[in-house]
Write a protein that binds this ligand. Structure first.
Ligand SMILES: C[S@@+](CC[C@H](N)C(=O)[O-])C[C@H]1O[C@@H](n2cnc3c(N)ncnc32)[C@H](O)[C@@H]1O
Length: 364
């Protein structure tokens, strides 16, 4: 009900759906199906036929039916609804400009920049935009010309490059949102494996959008770093310097909840799956949310992010300190500490750098 008023429907778009795996999972896993209006789109007609075929072969079977409303400018909508999903074979930008949605997923090949403006325009008064970016060389700072062209940013390929990548993408979304009088509030922002994935809430508000620049800045490499509105010395950015998570929402993403919602039921498993495949699939679900709920509180506020591998050198102890001892040492001093969902072992804390060094020296 924070998205639409009570009992109203929620229009959801997978703008680049390929095999249709995501909209089909929305159909299976999201509660309150009667309120969802799922549109799945792909420009590639082969991909779309494949997606429709797989939906037909493995139906959801809950008899959900709905008729698409006319889009903006009273135009008839393209595509037909089959078993609760409206399948459309169009350019994603055209659909997003023509129809308002409350939830949009963008998962293109490479950079999402082509689609951001249309997606942000499409989001209604309030809505959620989820974006995947796989052009990590540009976002992490190794492909410098692409980074400058696409994101107007510079990067440094050090321990902070994955956090920088996430923040650079958020910064561009916040900028485009402000152009359309919308403010951006991160819900969940992660670097996972080979991609960046961010989910943000967009709200129409000229007043808040006017201050978008307050949370944009540069990561200055000091000891270990700080954010500043202007670049000096060695820096990466510009990027989003505000919170990365919404504590309330990300805090609920526990392993137990993910297994409960996403693990297949006995009937869902392919016939040729054995115990090993089932276990592997559960482990993947676990891995995808590990550390999210524990770090939700810290990542939704100002925090210091530290790579454990760098800390040993910085503290002059010649070895990597134990994560467990660091946690108890920081907590004994009244600070919070949580391991983050990152490709390399990193943790967030609300302690200052001197305290972290002091605790690291005792945590060998
Ligand atoms: C990375 S894949 C999407 C993968 C999918 N989300 C999944 O989880 O399996 C990108 C898709 O975007 C489609 N695509 C590329 N440009 C498009 C456009 N302008 N409009 C709609 N679809 C497009 C491609 O055909 C491709 O299927």
């Amino acid at each position: 009900d924070w998205l639409v008023s009570e009992n109203k429907t929620v229009r959801v778009l997978d703008a680049l759906c390929a095999t249709g795996v995501r909209p089909r999972r929305w159909r299976r896993e999201v509660p309150c199906q009667e309120r969802l209006r799922i549109t799945a789109n792909d420009l590639d007609s082969d991909a779309l036929s494949w997606a429709k075929k797989s939906h037909e072969t493995n139906p959801i079977g809950d008899n959900i039916r709905w008729i698409p409303e006319p889009s903006r400018f009273a135009k008839e909508q393209e595509g037909i609804v089959e078993d609760g999903i409206q399948w459309v074979n169009e350019d994603a930008k055209k659909i997003m400009v023509e129809c308002p949605f409350q939830w949009i997923d963008l998962d293109p090949f490479g950079s999402p920049v082509n689609f951001l403006d249309a997606a942000i325009q499409s989001i209604s008064r309030i809505g959620v935009l989820e974006v995947t970016a796989t052009d990590t060389a540009a976002l992490c700072g190794s492909a410098k010309t692409s980074a400058a062209r696409r994101y107007g940013s510079v990067g440094i390929t050090d321990s902070y490059m994955h956090d920088d990548a996430t923040r650079i993408l958020l910064g561009v979304i916040a900028r485009i949102a402000a152009m359309h009088d919308k403010s951006m509030h991160p819900i969940l922002s992660l670097f996972d494996g080979h991609h960046v994935r961010v989910s943000v809430l967009l709200k129409r508000s000229k007043e808040v959008a006017s201050n978008w620049n307050d949370q944009i800045g540069y990561r200055i490499r000091s000891q270990p770093y700080h954010f500043a509105p202007q670049p000096t010395g060695e820096y990466s950015g510009p990027m989003w310097t505000g919170p990365l998570f919404d504590a309330e929402i990300a805090g609920r993403m526990t392993i137990e909840k993910a297994i409960q919602l996403c693990a297949g039921k006995e009937d869902d498993y392919p016939e040729d799956w054995d115990e090993v495949d089932i276990e592997h699939s559960r482990r993947e679900i676990e891995r995808s949310v590990r550390h999210i709920s524990q770090s939700a509180d810290l990542l939704s506020q100002e925090h210091l992010l530290i790579a454990i591998d760098d800390l040993g050198i910085a503290a002059g102890i010649g070895q990597i300190p134990s994560m467990k001892k660091l946690k108890s040492g920081l907590e004994e001093r009244g600070f919070k500490m949580a391991r983050c969902h990152m490709p390399e072992p990193m943790f967030a804390t609300d302690a200052d750098w001197q305290t972290v060094l002091e605790v690291a020296r005792l945590a060998k």
